[in-house]
Design a protein around this ligand. Structure first.
Ligand SMILES: NC(=O)c1ccc[n+]([C@@H]2O[C@H](COP(=O)([O-])OP(=O)(O)OC[C@H]3O[C@@H](n4cnc5c(N)ncnc54)[C@H](OP(=O)(O)O)[C@@H]3O)[C@@H](O)[C@H]2O)c1
Length: 453
């Protein structure tokens, strides 16, 4: 019977009431794919847009979740066998294509249409894996991929942030904004922030922001301009009509990188300002494979840790969604899956002799695609069957021998018992007869004596 696993399923259009944890069949990897047991997964605003029906090309039912960290349990082909047992993170950008400047038409993001990481197990192409940076916990590692990749491309590929640059990151409470902040700080930029709440501003200043403003306050833009004299780089995901305000904060000939439109489309664009002040508005989305590899290496080298707001148990994932919907988080919202108490102990200790074959079986790729070498697989199957048959026959022989021996032993004992019993009874009989005979003799003697008298 197929194993069932827990997953967060978005059943159909209509929003939150159609988002629920359900039991689904454990997926199996095809050739070129791997099965990852998910330890932790992180939310992205994309998940929220999809639930609310505000995303292009939504397909139902679907399992959301673009970010995950876990261990590879199975592979669909032999050549990916080296991944088994490895702790990994998943690159959610699939089919970027050959042009490093922009993704291909086949580009997709893990977690709709492809089933995502909000499940105990996820199947992904094996070339989407990267070894989990060892300095990160499972939750931190799960928080890294999508936000890290988007921020890396925005900060380095698009804006080319350098030491000493004055950088403004809007909406610092967000997951991508946090990573952009950490990356820009790491190379020595002077980083300023905007946010919608005072406590988030205080947290950002504690974390090393040069300064910041609350975008809910009147004239936050003039205050920023006054304090900084303008920015070399602005990294923004809010969009909306605020975009024109941000353009006013750029120094001439500098760049604004946009990766989102949380506030929607701007009703107009201050085009005169753009061309007269030689401004660049650069769009960006996630990143290519080289950028993902570079991002992970950068994070490892500088031992950067994604900022996590809260880690929830998977069963509480709807609470995490609610926090994101209300914009209450500072950093990433992560869910962790319950792993049996002895899971890690079992994985880390050397297998006992009796378990070697089981461990080997687990290490063998799923053979769902026998097209590669059907004969060998058939022979292997037959061999296994013959082996099993032989084993059974030997076992049967051994059992028969045992029974015979046991029966023989039993008979011997019984015979011995019988013999003893017989011997005992014949001796007793003999004794009785002898007693009787001697009694007879002495009686005859007595009679003879009396006659003589
Ligand atoms: N193109 C891409 O590849 C890509 C990748 C990831 C995300 N995105 C987009 O980027 C946006 C953020 O994504 P996320 O996952 O980081 O979301 P998130 O963690 O939910 O963060 C959303 C953030 O938006 C900020 N925000 C809300 N209203 C704002 C305003 N008026 N001005 C400035 N900031 C405002 C908030 O900042 P405060 O809490 O500080 O107020 C909030 O933290 C979303 O629109 C998402 O779709 C795009």
């Amino acid at each position: 019977m197929a194993t069932k696993i827990k997953a967060l399923v978005l059943q159909k259009p209509g929003g939150w009431s159609n988002l629920m944890i359900r039991e689904i069949t454990k997926p199996r990897p095809k050739p070129g794919e791997v099965l990852v047991r998910v330890f932790a997964a992180a939310l992205n605003h994309r998940d929220l847009w999809i639930v609310e029906g505000q995303y292009a090309g939504i397909r139902y039912p679907t399992i959301l979740g673009s970010d995950g960290c876990g261990v590879v349990e199975r592979t669909g082909s032999m050549e990916d066998g080296h991944w088994i047992g490895k702790e990994v993170i998943i690159n959610p950008a699939i089919n970027w294509g050959p042009d490093p400047r922009a993704q291909s038409n086949d580009f997709e993001i893990l977690g709709m249409p492809r089933k995502g990481t909000f499940a105990e197990y996820v199947v992904v192409p094996s070339d989407r894996l990267a070894v989990k940076p060892e300095h990160l916990s499972y939750a931190e590692a799960a928080a890294l991929p999508l936000a890290g990749l988007t921020a890396y491309r925005a900060v380095f590929t698009q804006a080319d942030v350098q030491k000493g640059d004055k950088v403004l990151i809007t909406g610092i409470g967000g997951g991508v904004a946090q990573m952009a902040f950490l990356f820009a700080k790491t190379v020595g930029a002077e980083v300023w922030v905007t946010t919608g709440s005072e406590w988030k501003l205080a947290r950002a200043l504690e974390s090393g922001a040069a300064g910041g403003v609350n975008y809910q306050e009147a004239e936050w833009d003039t205050q920023l301009l006054r304090e900084t004299g303008g920015f070399d780089v602005i990294i923004d995901s809010a969009g909306g009509d605020q975009l024109n305000t941000l353009l006013k904060l750029l120094k001439p000939g500098r760049i604004l990188v946009t990766y989102g439109a949380t506030l929607g489309r701007p009703s107009g664009l201050d085009l005169h300002r753009v061309f007269w002040r030689q401004l660049c508005i650069q769009g960006t989305t996630m990143g290519n494979d080289e950028e993902f590899a570079e991002m992970v290496a950068f994070v490892q080298k500088h031992r950067i840790k994604p900022v996590i707001d809260t880690v929830y148990a998977f069963d509480q994932i709807l609470e995490a969604f609610d926090v994101m919907r209300r914009g209450m988080q500072f950093g990433k919202l992560v869910v962790e899956f319950q792993v049996e108490d002895d899971f890690f102990r079992r994985r880390r200790r050397a297998p006992k002799a009796a378990e070697v074959s089981t461990a080997k079986e687990a290490a063998e790729p799923v053979t769902e695609a026998p097209a590669e070498m059907p004969e060998q697989q058939e022979t292997k199957k037959k061999k296994t069957v013959t082996k099993k048959k032989k084993g059974a026959q030997q076992e049967k022989k051994r059992a028969t021998k045992k029974t015979k021996a046991a029966t023989a032993g039993k008979t011997k004992k019984q015979t011995a018992k019988k013999t003893t019993k017989a011997t005992k009874s014949s001796t007793a009989k003999k004794r009785t007869t002898a007693k009787k005979a001697s009694a007879k003799k002495s009686k005859a003697k007595k009679q003879k004596k009396q006659k003589k008298k």
